[in-house]
Write a protein that binds this ligand. Structure first.
Ligand code: GTP
Ligand code: MG
Length: 469
């Protein structure tokens, strides 16, 4: 597992504060138990986009500009990057902490870091862009509230990312299904010699992306905002870009845009739901995840679903501090008693006892077929890998129930035996092991999913019905 970057480095320190999240985080938290609770709102932001678009560079630059990485560290990374013949990657090294990532210049695991603006505490989730690591990207996006979609404006790079098979499209569609409500689309590498802060290039990208974002379900007026940046040079990030560099931009810089972004309020009084993304042993069993509904407090009794194990909450940690209670949207580490680490799998859900999350082996769903593998037809018997919150599970389509007319959004009368790309279809989905899901209409975050085969996302969907318990 990758180190977590914490934004609390002291001046003159050689390294940014990088900690091993399994061990140190909780001890550190205990030391701070009495720390006042931070009253700023909290947002999880995932960085998505095609490989090499500049996600890690931009994420690293944000940490640098918010004062969490000092000059000496940057110099050290510059030297290390040069030694690896990856001169321009030094900013990305702030987020890419694994040797493999640094050597290859590609993010593999989702990097995690924290920073604050005037109004908000942010957790950055730096997703990998390479298509081999889409499952990691899915895990990052499923923890996020908003997304920063990074697009390279460099000649040819926007085009490759946007093509069929490029990750720009796939990431947008996945983000939408996984509950990323709003997107900041940053048109990056504006400093590149092939771009040189050209308004024409920026407008071209915005005009090509807009219809696509609409067709992916984003309300472009309300939920999407475009802005130009240079992640490498840090332009238009913490302060607005200088008119001498870019005369035509009158909009906000990245920090301003992040500060102002609004997300719907979540209900802290709902039944508690926290999908478990990871677990480890540390004076008991510690589980990690994001609260999707309700609140949790030290001393609470909860269920680990689907195996209905009753547990007690010994401690709750949010970012690096220990807290008494935490509400929806927070990324937590929760220490439990009453269960062994071996008895928990990622995809399990920490849940309220009074109103536990349903555990099922079958459900009804409405699917939108994106792009099937060549020669494949989507019919009963189709097998795929289901990704829903932190669950990854083999599944089979057991019956197609109805096809939906995409124009009228009404069911079509004709009986449906198979469908092709682009179709919307209601079907029954089966899994071998019991999983925890909710109806999309009750808990959108726990009821939307993706289906993948052979490393490609072939459909996105939502749970419309569950068997009666
Ligand atoms: P993956 O993690 O592999 O998906 O890539 P990424 O999106 O994190 O890209 P990364 O930050 O690793 O940057 C890829 C390359 O683009 C590096 O060589 C960066 O220096 C370069 N790059 C990133 N941002 C900018 C920018 O604003 N301007 C210029 N000129 N180059 C940039
Ligand atoms: Mg990266």
């Amino acid at each position: 597992m990758k180190d977590e970057v914490h934004g609390r480095s002291q001046p003159g320190q050689a390294e940014p504060k990088v900690k091993n999240k399994e061990v140190v985080a909780l001890e550190d938290a205990e030391a701070q138990e009495e720390m006042e609770t931070n009253k700023k709102r909290h947002l999880n932001v995932v960085f998505i986009g095609h490989v090499d678009a500049g996600k890690s560079t931009t994420g690293g630059q944000i940490l640098f500009l918010s004062g969490q990485v000092d000059d000496r560290t940057i110099q050290k990374y510059e030297k290390e990057a040069k030694d690896k013949s990856r001169e321009s990657w030094y900013m990305a090294y702030i987020m890419d902490t694994n040797e493999e990532e640094r050597v290859k210049g590609k993010t593999v695991e989702v990097g995690r870091a924290h920073f604050e603006t005037e109004t908000t505490r942010f957790t950055i989730l730096d997703a990998p862009g390479h298509k081999s690591y889409v499952p990691n990207m899915i895990s990052g996006a499923s923890q996020a509230d908003i997304g920063v979609l990074v697009i390279s404006a460099r000649k040819g790079e926007f085009e490759t990312g946007y093509e069929r098979g490029g990750q720009t499209r796939e990431h947008v569609q996945l983000a939408k299904t996984l509950g990323v409500a709003k997107l900041l689309v940053v048109v990056n590498k504006m400093d590149d010699p092939t771009v040189n802060w050209s308004k024409e290039r920026y407008d071209e990208i915005e005009s090509k992306m807009t219809p696509f974002l609409k067709s992916s379900g984003y309300n472009v007026k309300k939920d999407v905002q475009f802005l130009p940046i240079s992640g490498l040079l840090g332009s238009n990030m913490k302060t607005r870009v200088d008119k001498s560099i870019c005369s035509w931009w009158n909009g906000p810089c990245l920090f301003e845009a992040l500060d102002c972004i609004e997300v719907p309020l979540r209900d802290p009084k709902g039944p508690f739901r926290m999908p478990i993304i990871d677990k480890f042993k540390d004076m008991g069993t510690v589980v990690m995840g994001k609260v999707e509904s309700g609140s949790v407090c030290e001393g609470d009794s909860l269920l680990v679903m689907p195996n209905k194990a009753q547990v007690k909450v010994v401690a709750v940690c949010c970012d690096e501090s220990k807290v008494r209670c935490a509400g929806p949207g927070e990324n937590l580490r929760v220490r439990l008693s009453g269960i062994e680490e071996e008895d928990i799998l990622s995809g399990f859900v920490l849940s309220s006892i009074v109103k536990p999350i349903p555990a099922v082996t079958e459900f009804t769903a409405q699917l939108q077929i994106l792009e099937l593998l060549e020669n494949a037809i989507f019919t009963a018997g189709y097998k795929a890998v289901l990704h829903v919150h932190s669950v990854v599970e083999e599944c089979e389509i057991v019956e197609l129930l109805q096809q939906i007319d995409p124009k009228t959004r009404k069911p079509m009368k004709k009986k449906v035996l198979f469908v092709k790309n682009g179709a919307v279809v209601v079907c029954r989905v089966q899994v071998n092991n019991s999983i925890c899901v909710e109806k999309f209409s009750d808990f959108p975050q726990l009821g939307r999913f993706t289906l993948r085969t052979e490393g490609k996302t072939i459909a996105v969907g939502k749970v419309t019905d569950l068997p009666v318990a």
